[in-house]
Design a binder for this molecule. Structure first.
Ligand code: ADP
Ligand code: ADP
Length: 221
């Protein structure tokens, strides 16, 4: 993957070959600038590739997919919309009748403890609560694949630990029996990767390549 910039081409990714199994939780780790965000954006269909191919559930990715939920480092909420209306956004963008998703949105907000905040504006919530709302928004259309780009990187250590536990709980509660969501989770934190993931994919500095794929053996509820 090559970016064209004013000062010439920047090769961000090279020789990336990765297969993620259904229901797997993968931690993507590597130094700043190694191409983790680029890889996530490509998989989400948010950025065209200059070479290569990506398939999600067997389908080639050529545009942003509703089967992919994305969570960014900072909560990206529209500040003039209530939490509920922010959570409903993916339904609107996909051209669905948002009213039909209201009950699901409220259920999801309940799972992350935000029932009482549905009609509040983002600025009335803490950073951690806003990020929970962003995760709920990514789950609204029940995408089988969730891409998370350092979702807790901006939070303090204690909130981050809480959010890790919360994420595993939400992951369990929002997936149908025996059908867990597949998650690709970017993090700088090895403890976080070990706590959350089934496998860690370690990338080397730019141009990002896969240096190592490590299974993490951990009993999890
Ligand atoms: P990471 O998420 O691992 O920090 P990024 O995917 O953000 O890495 O960036 C990988 C490389 O590509 C970096 O060298 C970065 O400067 C470059 N890059 C990222 N986005 C762009 C862009 N839109 N245009 C040009 N270069 C970019
Ligand atoms: P697009 O045209 O798809 O919006 P851009 O190339 O304008 O993409 O940039 C996308 C994001 O990447 C922007 O946030 C931009 O600031 C950032 N970006 C651009 N160039 C670089 C770079 N060399 N390194 C890191 N990030 C970059």
């Amino acid at each position: 993957m090559v970016y064209e910039t004013g000062s010439g081409p920047v090769e961000a990714l090279r020789d990336i070959s990765l297969t993620i199994a259904d229901g797997e939780f993968i931690a993507l780790v590597g130094p700043s600038g190694c191409g983790k965000s680029t890889l996530l954006r490509i998989i989400a269909g948010l950025r065209p590739m200059t070479s290569g191919a990506v398939r999600v559930a067997g389908e080639p990715v050529t545009r942003p997919l509703t089967s992919v939920g994305m969570v960014f480092q900072a909560p990206v909420l529209l500040k003039w919309r209530t939490i509920l209306d922010n959570v409903l956004l993916p339904a609107e963008l996909a051209g669905h009748d948002a009213r039909k998703y209201r009950d699901r949105a409220m259920d999801l907000l309940g799972i992350v403890g935000l029932s009482d905040f549905a009609s509040k504006l983002p600025r009335e919530l803490s950073g951690g609560m806003q990020q929970r709302a962003s995760i709920v928004r990514a789950l609204l259309l029940d995408p089988p694949l969730l891409l998370m780009d350092e979702p807790f990187g901006a939070l303090d250590a204690m909130t981050r630990d809480e959010m890790n536990i919360e994420l595993l709980r939400v992951w369990g509660e929002t997936s149908e029996a025996g059908k867990r969501k597949t998650i690709l989770f970017v993090t700088h934190s090895i403890p976080e990767a070990v706590f959350l993931a089934d496998r860690a994919v370690v990338m080397s500095p730019r141009p990002g390549r896969i240096a190592e794929v490590t299974p993490i053996h951990l009993a999890r509820p």
